[in-house]
Design a protein around this ligand. Structure first.
Ligand code: GDD
Ligand code: MG
Length: 351
């Protein structure tokens, strides 16, 4: 048995204007009928799983509850008064599991899942989990490694002795390296990408957190002790939670731990956090276009044209991303979409 922990508190700025403060990308149906959050939970069908724990922003509680209801999923929903990144979020999920009455459930490893991924081959994902379970049961912190295909600086890298081997020790974890290191890692044959999913026992995670980030461990403990329950929602005490430094599990624990192991994952994994990543996995038409909504494209090639509220017509363009929503329109060079994040930072600074 395992307990799914779904991290759904990100803000997804690289997908602006589809992804907005009120509805970040994990709540959008970017690929297929279901939102990324729903797809993350539905991908667990067929596994022996306990009641999931979803950790998200307080502001999104009704959206999350509604999306879970739509797929018939009952979960504990832990609400963050404000985001403190993933290390505190996972710690609260671990405490939430420990507070459960059912003791079989209490000891089950936590399957920590980001809600911004696509996995093409669910059976291969399930097999990797089965391979990882004994190690997680023994107390190892299991990561899932993907063979790198480019020098991506937005991911974590897992150093291993042999990238073709099965389960093996994690030699070193480097989160979001600079471009020189990313190049070296991607071509050197000793690194895998960190998929962002983890399988670990909650008590072990809390031990590691207490060791490497004692102040964060203490603040989360106080926030959890002062929690309030309200329907399916659990609200940690906000002053104690606000004391936590904002830090991801990758920097807070995985870069330091000596208990990491790596299980290879070849399941058509992709991080659908940006237009580029979505472009790579989405189906294009004969002209190489991705057209969505009310769109007329004339002499248009290799373009992403999407309309949400008005007719969008293009003529004689190529390699552009054009995304129309009711209150904002993005027109960008398709090869520069990673910079949308910078654009959004500028918008936010304008208020
Ligand atoms: N509850 C909660 N609270 N969730 C959060 C928060 C938070 O404050 N911040 C982020 N999340 C959620 C996001 O919604 C996402 O589903 C997941 O946690 C991971 O956060 P990202 O911000 O998307 O991380 P990343 O993509 O930069 O990096 C992680 O994933 C990469 C693979 O996609 C790292 O684990 C990398 O090492 C990894 O390679
Ligand atoms: Mg991500």
């Amino acid at each position: 048995m395992l307990t799914p922990v779904i991290l759904a508190g990100g803000n997804g700025t690289r997908l602006w204007p589809l992804s907005r403060r009120d509805t970040p990308k994990q709540f959008l149906a970017l690929l297929g009928e279901r939102s990324l959050l729903q797809a993350t939970l539905l991908r667990l069908e067929g596994l022996d799983v306990a009641r999931p724990i979803v950790v998200c922003a307080d502001a999104h509680r009704f959206l999350v509850a509604e999306q879970l209801r739509e797929i018939g999923c009952e979960a504990d929903i832990v609400l963050e008064p404000e985001g403190r990144d993933t290390a505190p979020a996972i710690a609260m999920a671990a405490l939430c599991q420990q507070a459960r009455e059912d003791s079989a459930n209490r000891g089950a490893p936590l399957l920590v899942l980001p809600s911004d991924h696509h996995l093409g081959e669910v059976a291969a994902f399930h097999e990797a989990l089965q391979a990882a379970l004994p190690a997680a049961g023994r107390g190892d912190l299991v990561t899932f490694g993907i063979v790198p295909t480019r020098a991506e600086t937005g991911y974590g890298y897992l150093e291993v002795a042999d990238v073709t081997a099965g389960l093996q020790p994690l030699i070193r974890f480097v989160e979001k390296p600079d471009v020189e290191h990313a190049r070296e890692f991607a071509n050197g044959g000793h690194h895998l990408w960190n998929s962002g999913m983890f399988l670990l026992r909650g008590d072990r995670y809390l031990e590691e957190l207490r060791h490497w980030r004692p102040a964060m461990h203490a603040s989360v403990g106080r926030a959890w002790a002062g929690r309030r329950a309200d329907l399916d929602f659990l609200r940690p005490e906000s002053d104690a939670f606000a004391e936590c430094a904002a830090e991801s599990i990758d920097y807070a624990v995985m870069e330091h731990t000596r208990a990491g192991v790596v299980v290879p994952l070849a399941a058509g994994w992709s991080d659908v956090g940006s237009y580029q990543a979505l472009w790579d996995v989405a189906q294009k038409d004969a002209d190489g276009n991705l057209l969505r909504g009310d769109v007329i494209a004339e002499d248009t090639r290799d373009a992403w044209v999407q309309s949400q509220s008005r007719l969008v017509a293009t003529l004689g363009i190529s390699d552009l991303v054009v995304v129309e929503t009711s209150d904002a329109v993005l027109v960008a060079d398709r090869h520069r979409v990673q910079e949308v994040k910078t654009l959004v930072a500028r918008l936010q600074s304008l208020g």
